[in-house]
Design a protein around this ligand. Sequence first.
Ligand SMILES: Cc1cc2nc3c(=O)[nH]c(=O)nc-3n(C[C@H](O)[C@H](O)[C@H](O)COP(=O)(O)OP(=O)(O)OC[C@H]3O[C@@H](n4cnc5c(N)ncnc54)[C@H](O)[C@@H]3O)c2cc1C
Length: 377
Amino acid sequence: MTATVAIVGAGLGGLTLARVLAVNGIGTTIYEAEPSAEARTQGGQLDIHPHNGQRALEDAGLTEAFRAIIHHGAQAARALDQHGAVLLEKADDGALSRPEVLRGDLRRILISSLPAGTIQWGKKLTGVAALGAGRHELSFADGTSVVSDLLGGADGAWSKVRPLLSDAKPAYVGTAFIETYLHDADVRHTAAAEVVGNGAMFALSPGKGIVAHREAGGVLHAYIQMNRSPEWIAGIDFSDAAAAKARIATEFAGWAPALTALITESDTALAPRLIHALPDAHRWPRLPGVTLIGDAAHLMAPSGEGANLAMFDGAELAKAIAAQPDNIEAALAAYEEPMFTRGATEAEGARFILDLCVGDRAPYGLVDFFTGKLGQG
Ligand SMILES: Cc1cc2nc3c(=O)[nH]c(=O)nc-3n(C[C@H](O)[C@H](O)[C@H](O)COP(=O)(O)OP(=O)(O)OC[C@H]3O[C@@H](n4cnc5c(N)ncnc54)[C@H](O)[C@@H]3O)c2cc1C
């Protein structure tokens, strides 16, 4: 294959796409807006699922490297009510069915697996023009441009490649996640460390909840989930860290102090994230020479699947191209149809999970789901 393959975005999806292509002897260039691999801390712990994320890592030849970064013991989960009463407790069974890893570690093993020079950092895509016959001209913020024979849009929620294919735009789902971090928790934040336990902790009520994970190195990472308007969130001055913590904590008045400590004792300024999603069954007609993977294709509310799906998309697209390198259109069609189907299914699942967390059934809906009493749909 002599075509020029351009990938926009060095997130987990774009990196997996480039790696699996490289494993199959196909060279690519990734254009990434961030100035370097270290430019932004890649927060968060992800559980990597056997049927998508782990399969992608196997296709990437990185199973051993992945095993080496697993945070053992982190698969435990508990659900609490707002007073801290335990409604459900699941120990880590040690089976490693859905191992937890830090996003930054996963990104690091993918980056270091790529041939030198694959990633061009500091290349922020600002526009794409179709040149015909599947070729595209990519323009970057630094004034440079390149031409691709095959373009993979892996540039996430606010993809600049997506408008070539679709008019769909992400819409606010009505829930904000406010992110907090507590460091050295077993020494400095003992009550919060105890209430979170060894893995994931869900303290939920209709309209709001506190969800936290224990990450490697004694770190507690929490998402304070609230059904609030964008205007309500915008009305809080998050640059005044102390005032923002106090303001958010008042919304949880009467909750167990060990739970609200996940807000008030945050070692980082509270970081609000308005959760957006594309329409559930987002798809597009086949357009020569370009496709999307990951959040660019099927942005959905966090449900524990997004990063797994992005990696799986990347691996599936790479394998489709490797299977018929001289018929790119057939390869893209073979990749897209199953991706549309799994994206639609998972998007529905993501709405269901978000509703269990902050909808009217909280906190018991999630407990019933965990114990198998409640199925999806
Ligand atoms: C609060 C929260 C919690 C989550 N928790 C989980 C979880 O526990 N498990 C899970 O599986 N998923 C989780 N997700 C979802 C997951 O983060 C995403 O689905 C996943 O990161 C998508 O990967 P991606 O490669 O498609 O996009 P991204 O990870 O967004 O990567 C896109 C890349 O493209 C680059 N880029 C963007 N625009 C441009 C441009 N114009 N030019 C060049 N480069 C560009 C970006 O800098 C970035 O590096 C969570 C999401 C959120 C918001």
